[in-house]
Design a protein around this ligand. Structure first.
Ligand code: FES
Ligand SMILES: [Fe+2]
Length: 412
């Protein structure tokens, strides 16, 4: 057991005890009151532009799993909040993130995912090394006097922890990702995600990103909207546990699908808490502020669905990127089961969640409806908006101060 895991055990046990206690009574811990939000929060282009600038361009964003970049030379590209990003693993094992923009005249340097030991611009052929340095220029002599050392790719701060990679899309950011995470990554470290293996990635097109993401922040809709997929018997209750802006959602019921014994909290409950396997205490959905949810499933073995909701340029556009990882390299049978499960999850989110939020957005945009109501039982959405507003309204110099104490745990 890693030394760091011993330190976070009391947090895990506190949550697990609370879940067991509340599952027995069915009593959740609602927020203080109903929250009213203006419909324009989801429809106003000016606010959307502010969100992209204040939230997506200033906070560490969880953009990749370490196992997607397992080997030196592996890279992944993304476009987030108007910024084209190249993420890669260097020879020394570290992860780097660059503006995916050639320093000559700004052409997009590389597309897609892959492995490379150099990147040649498709426009005029400037070539960059994985450390970002310009190492080749056609017609070097004729181009004129510039120092290639000044032409390195612009790089973004990177934080790799718990098998996940955070990138801050502001080269000058002073906000440490470790502080921003409030110890949440230390909990996630228990999953040992760096040893997982990628199965597949799918991108779903959606409407306003907040509407798309809010569907990840409550279980209230599960037995209603998802009655034909998850079934009408699934609980609509959730317990919420907060670490700074991040949170866990856990169903307050006994029974955890087909989780094996080791990972089933309720099979442990009559034994002393000190003996509970940490796996059993890791249940539920994990939300990484501002836009990522992590859900674990047992289908052909343990798998992790990473859902990243990426806001588009237009207030009415987003993408939900579903990346599915597996704990073990799957054999053919496990792969078939896990792939079928991925198809199922695509259908749930695309045909039920995103299809609903599209119609929801049209109603909110109509101007007929001024407000929406977020229930006390939807405390995760309330928590999201409280933090969202606080961060969006804080200027750059004061931003780090919002996250100045580590391991803030406001769940119980
Ligand atoms: S823009 Fe890349 S080489 Fe010219
Ligand atoms: Fe849903």
């Amino acid at each position: 057991v890693k030394e760091a895991h011993k330190k976070i055990r009391p947090h895990l046990e506190a949550v697990a005890k609370d879940v067991i206690g509340r599952s027995a009574t069915g009593e959740i811990r609602p927020a203080d009151s109903v929250m009213t939000l203006e419909a324009t929060r989801y429809t106003d282009q000016g606010l959307h532009d502010r969100d992209r600038r204040q939230i997506f361009r200033r906070l560490p964003l969880m953009l990749a799993a370490s196992c997607e970049l397992a080997e030196p030379g592996q890279f992944k590209t993304m476009d987030v909040a108007g910024v084209s990003i190249l993420i890669l693993r260097e020879k020394d094992g570290s992860v780097r993130a660059y503006h995916n923009s050639c320093t000559h005249r700004g052409a997009k340097l590389v597309e897609g995912d892959g492995a490379a030991n150099r990147f040649t611009c498709p426009y005029h052929g400037w070539t960059f090394a994985p450390n970002g340095e310009l190492i080749g220029m056609p017609l070097r002599e004729e181009f004129g006097a510039i120092d290639p050392c000044d032409q390195s790719l612009a790089s973004f701060p990177v934080y790799e922890s718990a098998g996940l990679i955070w990138v801050t899309l502001d080269p000058a950011s002073q906000l440490p990702a470790k502080a921003f995470l409030q110890g949440f990554d230390q909990l996630l470290d228990i999953f040992d995600l760096e040893s997982f293996t990628p199965l597949q990635r799918r991108t779903l097109v959606g409407t306003n990103w907040k509407l798309a993401f809010e569907a990840h922040l409550e279980f209230y809709h599960l037995p209603v909207l998802h009655k034909n997929t998850f079934g009408p018997g699934i609980t609509n209750k959730a317990l919420y546990y907060f670490w700074g802006p991040h949170q866990r959602l856990i169903q307050p019921i006994e029974g955890q699908g087909d989780a094996p014994q080791q990972a089933n909290l309720f099979l442990q409950k009559d034994r002393p808490a000190e003996t509970w396997p940490s796996d059993a205490m890791m249940l539920g959905e994990w939300i990484l502020f501002p836009n990522v949810s992590l859900n674990f499933f047992y289908n052909g073995g343990l798998g992790l669905l990473i859902s990243q909701v990426i806001p588009g340029a237009d207030v009415g556009q987003s993408q939900t990127i579903q990346t599915y990882l597996m704990a073990q390299e799957p054999d053919d049978d496990a792969r078939a089961k896990a792939t079928a499960h991925c198809d199922f999850l695509v259908n749930v989110v695309r045909d039920e969640d995103l299809a609903t939020s599209e119609k929801q957005e049209r109603n909110l945009k109509s101007g007929v409806m001024q407000n929406v109501r977020i229930g006390a039982n939807e405390a995760g959405i309330q928590h999201f908006h409280h933090w969202f507003d606080q961060i969006a309204e804080t200027d750059d110099r004061a931003l780090t101060g919002l996250f100045s104490y580590e391991g803030q745990f406001a769940g119980l």
